[in-house]
Structure formats: C-alpha cells, structure tokens
Design a protein around this ligand. Structure first.
Ligand code: NDP
Length: 283
C-alpha cells in the first residue's frame, strides 16, 4: 500500500537539499536570495502558510522579510509597500498572501508586483510566458505537482489527464503544464454536468476544488494516478483532501496523501523560484 503513496514531504525535502548547495554557492558570491512576504489581516490559515514559508527560507539561508499589515490596510497603502519592495535590491521575490480582505482588488495587487520578482507566478506576464512555454516563474502548486510526477517516474506523455477545478492559481495552469508535457487534458468545473463520466476516463486525475472527500472510488478508473490538491477539514476537524483517500486507495496506482502530498511541494517550489530570481543577478 505504501508503495502507492507519492510522498511530497520526502520529495520536497530532496529538492530543498539539492537547492541548498546552490544557495550556499550564491551567498559565497555575495548574493543572498531574499523573499518578502506580505500578510494583510489575521486569517489563521494564512498565518500558518506564512510562518511555514519563513521557516523554509530560514532553513535554506534565504533572507526573508515579513510585512504584517492590519486587515483595514488600504489598497493604496499595500501598493506602496509593493513599490518599495520592487526597487529593493535585497529582495528577489515578492509574495502577497492570498486571499486579501474584500476591499482590496487582488488583480491590482498581483499586477503591481514586478514580473521580475513574481515568485508566485501569478502576474499576467508570467502567466502569458507559461502559456507560450517560455522560461518564467511557474506557479508553485501546479509546478510542484509536475515535480511530484517526475520524481515518481510517472510519464504524462500520451496520458489522459483530467483536472477538476479551473482557478487561476491551480487548475488552469495545472492543465497547461500537463499539456506541455504532452498529456491530453480535460478540464472539469462546477458546470460540468457529469463529473464522474469525465474523471473515470482519467489516467491522471488532479483534483483542486476545496470540497472534503468529494472524489470517491466510483469517480476513478482502475490504476489511475490521483493528485489531491485540496486542503479541507473533515467533520472531525482533521485535515483532508478533496479525494476520499481510504475509499479510492485500492483502485489507484499512485496517490498523494493529505497532508504530506502536494502541500510541502508548494513551499518548496516557492524556494526554487526565489533562487531562480536571485540567480538572474549573475547574468
Ligand atoms: P477555487 O475555489 O479558486 O476553485 C475551485 C474550483 O473548483 C473552481 O474552478 C470551481 O468551479 C470548481 N468546483 C467547485 N465545485 C465543484 C464541483 N462540485 N465539481 C467540479 N468542480 C467544482 O480553489 P483553489 O483552486 O484556490 O483551491 C482548490 C483547493 O486546493 C482548496 O482546497 C485549496 O485549499 C487547495 N489548495 C492547496 C494548495 C496546496 O499547496 N496544497 C495550494 C492552493 C490551493 P467554477 O470555476 O465553475 O466555480
């Protein structure tokens, strides 16, 4: 059973080890990669994500700067902070933790970040380059999924990949990255009339919806690879994915657990992007 598990914690730690040496070499050359994280408000989940990002920076020797702003911060004020970070040479990556309070326009904020420091890969310039297959900052979660597949020797070429969810940060880029690796991609979303008919065709099923345990064994083809991006709380308050892990386990050939699957990869890929940005100073 355990051989079916795609262990994101383990793969993430392997990748971090491999970039730790590169970071050390860069620091010796006088370049310390720097990441600035802006957190607006007191959302507990966001606070945890931000703390984990800071911890990862610390472990790798990446300089990190946390800017904590109150929930009532105006959009203008937030844009002012971004502007300063854009021109701060010690900062290679800028991340504004989402979601933002309702009175702030997320798109304005994303577009205010210099595309050279867009380590989240959400800026329209990064998105456009990703779609064109040009080198750029790839969004951390879908890029992390691609790494999980690569490290698990799962070849996506020629496979039918079904992506459930079409958010700009996970679902849409996920399908594009799979397409670039020659998968045949189907997107599903809340208006898909017969979800099960679609998911049952998947050789590789990626689920990014945000509904606890919605994918059951009846949604899955025998031998499918299942990637569960969802992070939810079940009826007992326990962290769980969008896939009913216990229900599907016998049917799948490989699966990411929640926690310990996709989650650790997201932060790892953020570190990779920050290093990538800092390395541009060598050019
Ligand atoms: P969004 O809420 O932005 O998007 C959810 C998507 O799911 C939408 O495209 C929506 O369709 C679709 N959807 C909703 N209900 C259904 C349904 N019944 N059937 C099929 N599709 C449906 O979520 P995110 O993409 O931001 O996140 C998805 C999940 O992934 C969440 O649990 C989140 O916490 C988690 N996540 C985990 C990360 C990690 O590091 N592990 C990182 C980022 C997110 P429509 O577009 O039609 O509304």
């Amino acid at each position: 059973m355990s051989s079916k598990l795609i262990n994101g914690k383990e793969i993430g730690s392997q990748i971090r080890k491999s970039i730790a040496k590169e970071i050390e070499d860069l620091i010796e050359k006088g370049i310390t990669p720097g990441l600035a994280v802006i957190l607006v408000g007191e959302d507990p989940a966001s606070q945890t994500y931000v703390a984990n990002k800071e911890k990862a920076c610390h472990e790798l020797g990446i300089y990190s700067e946390l800017i904590k702003l109150p929930a009532e911060t105006s959009e203008e004020e937030l844009l002012g902070h971004i502007e300063k970070l854009n021109s701060n040479p010690a900062i290679d990556g800028i991340l504004v933790q989402l979601p933002l309070p309702k009175h702030i326009n997320e798109q304005h904020v994303i577009e205010a970040i210099s595309s050279d420091k867009d380590v989240d890969g959400f800026h329209p310039v990064s998105v456009g380059k990703m779609l064109l297959g040009q080198p750029t900052f790839l969004p951390c979660t879908p890029n992390g999924v691609m790494e999980l597949l690569k490290y698990s020797n799962i070849d996506v070429a020629g496979k039918h990949a079904v992506v459930v969810g079409r958010s700009h940060i996970v679902g849409v880029p996920m399908g594009q990255l799979l397409l670039q690796k020659d998968a045949t991609v189907t997107y599903c979303h809340s208006k898909t009339p017969d979800l099960q008919a679609m998911t049952k065709q998947a050789d590789i099923l990626v689920v990014a919806v945000g509904r606890a345990k919605m994918i059951k064994s009846t949604h899955i083809k025998e031998g499918a690879v299942v990637i569960d991006v969802g992070m939810n709380r079940d009826e007992n308050g326990k962290l769980c994915g969008d896939v009913d892990f216990d229900d599907v386990l016998d049917k799948v050939s490989a699966i990411t657990p929640v926690p310990g699957g996709v989650g650790p990869m997201t932060i790892t890929m953020l570190m990779v992007n920050t290093l990538l940005s800092a390395k541009m100073k060598l050019a």
